[in-house]
Design a protein around this ligand. Sequence first.
Ligand code: CAA
Length: 270
Amino acid sequence: MSAHSKLAKIEEIVSEQTSVPPASQPVPRVVLVTGGTGGIGTAICKRLARLGHIVATTYRNAEKARLWESEMNKEGFAFHLYQCDVADFEDSQRMVKSVVAELGPIQILVNNAGVTRDSSLRKMTHEQWKTVISSDLDSVFNVTRPAIDYMLESGFGRIINISSINGQKGQFGQSNYAAAKAGMHGFTKALALEVAKKGVTVNTISPGYIETEMVAAVAESIRAGIVAQIPVGRFGTPEDVAHAVAFLVADQSGFITGANLATNGGHFME
Ligand code: CAA
């Protein structure tokens, strides 16, 4: 059979399949994405909204959030924005309560907010250490703790912690960030055990180097060296990560818990 007729055959089979009803749309759920105004966060918010979910997100910088919201509105998205410092427990509790009061019980939580303060340990200040640990790791406790009961009560929950390749392999200049990101996965596994029987899954996604402002801030010479180490031959896109999130939050993904989904173009394999 020629390549042309093989393609024609495939088209014929696909067109026959159109009589099969499409897979059902997911049940709309209240989603909270922390740090949604950043590169990866934005892609996650859009992807989950396109799936029909109600998406709330947190921000710290009001000016940046206003611009982001108007950009999103122009693109046809209507997200629910909440100002919150997720590094602060009381502020996180207050924010979660507001989301639930205004939108309903949170059933999908994406702990995405994070910062870097890169420095070799010999030059690292205590402030740089504390900033990263509180924003990237404490935040996971701060937001998950007040949100978890709503998931347990409703018998459905999806928690996704956005970690990093550098929490798996380490990275020169990131002892603070690598510690926080590795810690997230320990948290994931422990909590996954605690809530598995209640329909709540907890997973980590470990993105590799993704085209975001965070990666753009790394010196060009270092970035060129990094891309050379990525087997797929390019940096990832925020949409690559959003796709992994969409997979793990699906109703059909209930048997996947305590996992770490590497999304890194083959840059690091365990
Ligand atoms: N491996 C080994 N040695 C290295 C090195 C490396 N990657 N980078 C620098 N060095 C060496 C230098 O050659 C130099 O050696 P000598 O003293 O013998 O000459 C020494 O270390 C310099 O040490 P310094 O403490 O002075 O380093 P610096 O201040 O010049 O630079 C840094 C430190 C700013 C952290 C820089 O290394 C850097 O930007 N690294 C990249 C960090 C990175 O990849 N961050 C990722 C951000 S994106 C992200 O985090 C998202 C995600 O999840 C993937």
